[in-house]
Design a protein around this ligand. Sequence first.
Ligand code: FES
Length: 111
Amino acid sequence: MFRRLPEAAGDIIAFTIDGQFAQAFAGDTVAAALLSAGFDHCRTTPVSGARRAPYCMMGVCFDCLVTIDGVGNRQACLIPVRAGMRVVPVPETRLVLQADRKGYFPLIKGR
Ligand code: FES
């Protein structure tokens, strides 16, 4: 689906995606590296579980959130990939809301 521009190639660096060895060109963003590696999504939506992949590639849509070196919710499209970086797509999380006896849904804290 994605094709790299010939002039975009640079030094090859190694990093991991979900613990698996991966390579990218120096200067690639993490999002570009994920897409180049064949990942079709970075996260899922908390309510429906729908898959989301990098879309805008410029820091607007937040569909590229990943965990990088243990820090969650990083925008992969804004961060250059580095050698040794540990990238983990956000695991599937789904909210299960259950109404109380009066039909109200609980407030969700810490989100
Ligand atoms: S791809 Fe849209 S914010 Fe990263």
